[in-house]
Design a protein around this ligand. Sequence first.
Ligand SMILES: C[S@@+](CC[C@H](N)C(=O)[O-])C[C@H]1O[C@@H](n2cnc3c(N)ncnc32)[C@H](O)[C@@H]1O
Ligand code: SF4
Length: 202
Amino acid sequence: MIAQAFTSTDHPLLAHIIPIRRCNLACEYCNEYDDFSKPVPTKTMFQRVDKLADLGTSVITISGGEPLLHPELDQIIGRARKRGMIAGLITNGYLLVAERIERLNRAGLEWLQISIDNVTPDEVSKKSLKVLDKKLELLAEYAAECDASRQVLAKLDLETEVLFRDRLVSARWVVIHMIEETGRHAGHLDVIRENLDGVTGE
Ligand SMILES: C[S@@+](CC[C@H](N)C(=O)[O-])C[C@H]1O[C@@H](n2cnc3c(N)ncnc32)[C@H](O)[C@@H]1O
Ligand code: SF4
């Protein structure tokens, strides 16, 4: 798909869409936000996504304002993926918590840009490494946990028996259990989240 995106010239390669102009920050240099706009209705966003798909757009970048303020962002991402486009997101990162990362993954988000302007917050921008570092760690830990699980699983036949607590279960059982865990309380993210904000599953 990526090769086709670059070799064919008769379609849009990449389009930015804005699901909400409101922002939770107020960077001094920015003129692309306000503090009052309502989210663009999801139905309207679907129409825009569909139009871009009909034009043969390869990549959709969801920006803002602050896109994580849109209450149905997951559905918009899902719509773009369903229509065969690569879906990315540009965010100031402030609203990223474990549960939100999990939801974005589940929606099919393929890439994420977190904008960082400085090391410590100042009067121009609060998008600072000092504030966002924990979010980056959270994303990295999540990716590492998923990768480690995939590597272990790739070496196993699904009927292989493995030790789970005090009993032997099949690798298939473990995979199904992980899907259930993810559905129930965000799977691997539980441990990371507990470290960050003290909230646990159940
Ligand atoms: C408008 S923001 C929207 C998404 C999100 N709120 C964020 O800050 O990442 C998208 C990107 O545009 C950048 N930006 C904002 N104002 C700009 C300007 N005047 N010139 C160049 N880039 C700008 C931001 O730093 C950010 O990386
Ligand atoms: S966080 Fe993004 S949208 Fe908000 S003011 Fe800063 S650059 Fe603009």
